[in-house]
Write a protein that binds this ligand. Structure first.
Ligand code: COA
Length: 336
């Protein structure tokens, strides 16, 4: 290789979802829709939602504990925490700071959040890879968690059918056997089409100056526009990611995509020529859990035995920004 970059090992993955289930039939109590309409267009049958005081920090904390156990690491071993969320319950303190406190880490390790919407885990992994490669940090906890159910407009049947709540976490560490579990990683954005999915957090001007027209509350999305953009870009992007790594689609065992729409997943699957047993989908039960979607799909599919270890997987995601990204990873024995 001829460089001094330190390779990364994925040491553990974990997940957590809230208990409350909302089915498509339940949504007919809110607006004019049907299970048939939702399922045929999205692949979603039900989603989990937080209730009462529960929020994305609780889900993220549970997923983090789960990933640490799998990694056989103590909270005190962690030297950096990065949380990815589309809309944290608090803008500050960061989710990562809350999780540091809840894990009882007393060593004042840095903790911060990033916002790359549903691509958050890929962005966080890319940041972690650079930190580990440089030797700056050794054991990094990544937490991807979202409570979209608090942020959708429950009167908008075009968006509120899609989203659910959940969390996924990953512990990554400096690899001591020279093998890098991130075979390839790439992240992208195009801010010029940022208006396809928006969630405003705009406050109010100083009362002594002119006020402005506040934007509508809740997630606003041009569903058709998102679908058209992603269906055009993502299959080709994933194909290129694999080719640029000097690999062929058949060299990779699994596709673990962001769970936003079953038809988008199928478009990527078709481009790669994968059979159903190589593609992880849990959108039917969770809907789109934003940043949590990829690590939740990864950890759950390994736990349930759908994904075998000692294998490789291509992860890919897209979301508000617009952002998108992909990674080819090794899934070693013992991560879950
Ligand atoms: N139930 C019944 N009818 C609904 C409905 C619902 N839940 N939501 C919308 N409709 C209606 C619309 O009002 C519209 O009716 P009209 O033709 O009388 O005006 C019709 O269905 C078609 O609406 P449209 O928004 O064009 O539907 P669509 O076929 O594009 O499907 C999505 C909507 C949201 C399922 C689809 O666009 C999608 O999945 N996009 C991708 C979104 C995504 O992945 N976002 C997350 C990115 S991270």
């Amino acid at each position: 290789m001829g460089n001094n970059l330190i390779p990364l090992r994925i040491a553990g993955v974990g997940y957590s979802v809230p208990d409350a289930v909302i089915t498509n039939d339940d949504l007919t109590k809110l607006y004019d829709t049907s299970d048939e309409w939702i399922y045929s267009r999205t692949g979603i049958k039900e989603r989990r939602v937080v209730s009462g005081e529960e929020n994305a920090i609780d889900l993220g904390f549970a997923a983090a504990k789960n990933a640490l156990e799998k990694a056989k690491m103590a909270p005190e071993d962690i030297d950096l925490i990065i949380a990815a969320s589309s809309a944290p319950p608090d803008l500050y303190p960061a989710i990562a700071c809350h999780i540091q406190a809840r894990l009882g880490i007393s060593t004042q390790v840095p903790a911060f959040d990033i916002t790359a919407a549903c691509t958050g885990l890929i962005y966080a992994l890319s940041i972690a890879k650079a930190y580990i490669a440089s030797g700056m940090y050794k054991n990094i906890l990544l937490v991807a968690t979202d409570n979209n159910s608090r942020l959708v407009n429950w009167e908008d049947r075009g968006t509120s059918i899609l989203f659910g709540d959940g969390a996924g976490a990953m512990v990554v560490t400096a690899s001591d056997d020279g093998v890098d579990d991130v075979i390839a990683i790439d992240i992208k954005s195009d801010g010029s089409i940022g208006d396809l999915i928006e969630l405003s957090f705009d406050g109010k001007n100083c009362p002594l100056v002119e006020q402005y027209e506040p934007k509508p509350q809740g997630i606003r999305m041009n569903g058709r526009g998102v679908y058209t953009f992603v269906a055009k870009v993502l299959p080709h992007y994933v194909e290129n990611l694999i080719a640029n790594a000097g690999m062929k689609a058949e060299d990779i065992d699994y596709l673990i995509p962001h769970q936003a729409n079953i038809r988008i997943i199928q478009a990527v699957q078709e481009r790669l020529g994968y059979s159903d047993d190589k593609v992880v989908t849990n959108i039917k039960y969770y809907g789109n859990t934003s940043a949590a979607s990829i690590p939740l799909a990864l950890a759950e599919s390994v736990e349930k035995g759908k994904v075998k270890l000692g294998t490789t997987a291509v992860l890919c995601g897209f979301g508000a920004g617009m952002t998108w990204g992909g990674a080819i990873v090794r899934l070693r024995e013992g991560i879950c």
